[in-house]
Design a protein around this ligand. Structure first.
Ligand code: PBG
Length: 324
């Protein structure tokens, strides 16, 4: 082909490069996860996630206001309760930490408030559901998820996001919401969630590490991709409105496959370990944080995500605003 084809022609002028770009992101595509901790008096930084804080309930609204001012459209709330029990009952307490946080954020912003729906922060054993012996009781757990969904809806959540990877959870949650008078509340399903080492820092942020065992009996095996199609198809049949792939960068192939097969909106979750890797290297001066974040967000969009959940949302929006 050479010299007729010279790929470098379109790479010389930065504006021409932009014209032929196939993917981009803007703050409107980003969702900021927020940790709300019922036991705190002041924000506390997460040791393994520099720049990420747990907020007291009465401080989260102020943070949300900053995020809204930066042009971000949405937050994803995670609760860290003061007390835990065997069934995770704090997760459906009408005055629970997330329920209070939802009300606080809705009161002062127009942000879309998404709520993570799982029991792992609420159980004293740190597992995502009810146990029978040392095993998860799948069907009992999804019933509990239904109760959590309804309580989050009553608190004012705009989107409920189940992340527990129990079979049948989307159907059960949809049914519970419909029966409670919330037939129009959308479900964002963490449909394709892998059992990942990259969740390590999150468990530090939410004190949600399992006290024994791991999550491999319900989260997906990183060595499978075809199962993602079955997970996605099942959740759509059960009533999911948006599908999410998690983690992000290690699973771009899966994201692309879903994009090519399904017409529903897709989200990608750039998880805590992905944040920590970039942050740690940047703090050591080993890579340019802004450029690495920009590139990773662009890659997730290029692979097919409509929107991105990322701990970098605030920073990224701030950099865009500054023209950087
Ligand atoms: C709750 C949940 C987890 C994450 C999101 N929702 C933890 C887990 O599955 O262990 C991980 C998020 C992250 O690592 O950023 N089940």
């Amino acid at each position: 082909m050479f010299p007729a084809r010279r790929m470098r022609r379109l790479r010389a002028h930065p504006r021409v490069r932009d014209l032929v770009a196939e993917a981009s992101w803007s703050p409107r595509d980003l969702v900021q996860p927020l940790f709300v901790d019922a036991s705190l008096q002041a924000p506390r930084e997460v040791a393994s996630m520099p720049g990420v804080f747990r907020f007291p309930v009465d401080r989260v609204a102020k943070e949300a206001t900053h995020l809204e001012d930066l042009g971000l459209p949405a937050v994803l709330l995670f609760g860290v309760p003061a007390e835990r029990d065997a069934t995770g009952s704090g997760a459906w307490d009408p005055d629970g930490v997330v329920q209070r946080a939802v009300r606080a954020v809705k009161e002062v912003t127009d942000l879309a408030v998404l709520t993570d729906l799982c029991l792992c922060q609420y159980t004293d054993h740190g597992h995502c559901g009810l146990l029978r012996g040392e095993a998860l009781d799948n069907d009992g757990t999804v019933e509990a998820y239904g109760r959590v969904a309804v309580s989050q809806a009553k608190a004012g959540a705009d989107v409920v996001a189940p992340s527990g990877m129990m079979d049948g959870q989307v159907a059960e949650i949809r049914k519970a919401l419909d029966e409670a008078g919330f037939p129009e509340l959308p479900l964002l399903s963490y449909a394709v969630k892998y059992a990942s080492a990259f969740y390590g820092p999150f468990r530090d942020a939410a004190d949600s590490a399992p006290s024994f065992g791991d999550r491999r009996s319900h989260q997906m095996d990183p060595a499978t991709a075809r199962q993602a199609l079955l997970e996605a198809e099942t959740d759509l049949q059960e009533g999911a409105d948006v599908l999410m792939v998690k983690p992000g960068l290690p699973y771009l192939d899966v994201l692309r496959t879903l994009r090519d097969r399904f017409a529903v909106p897709l989200a990608a979750y750039q998880v805590s370990g992905e944040y920590a890797m970039i942050k740690a290297a940047a703090l050591k001066g080993w890579l340019d944080e802004g450029a690495a974040v920009d590139e990773s967000l662009t890659a997730l969009r290029r692979a097919g995500a409509d929107f991105l959940v990322t701990y970098f949302a605030k920073d990224a929006a701030r950099r865009r605003r500054g023209g950087g």
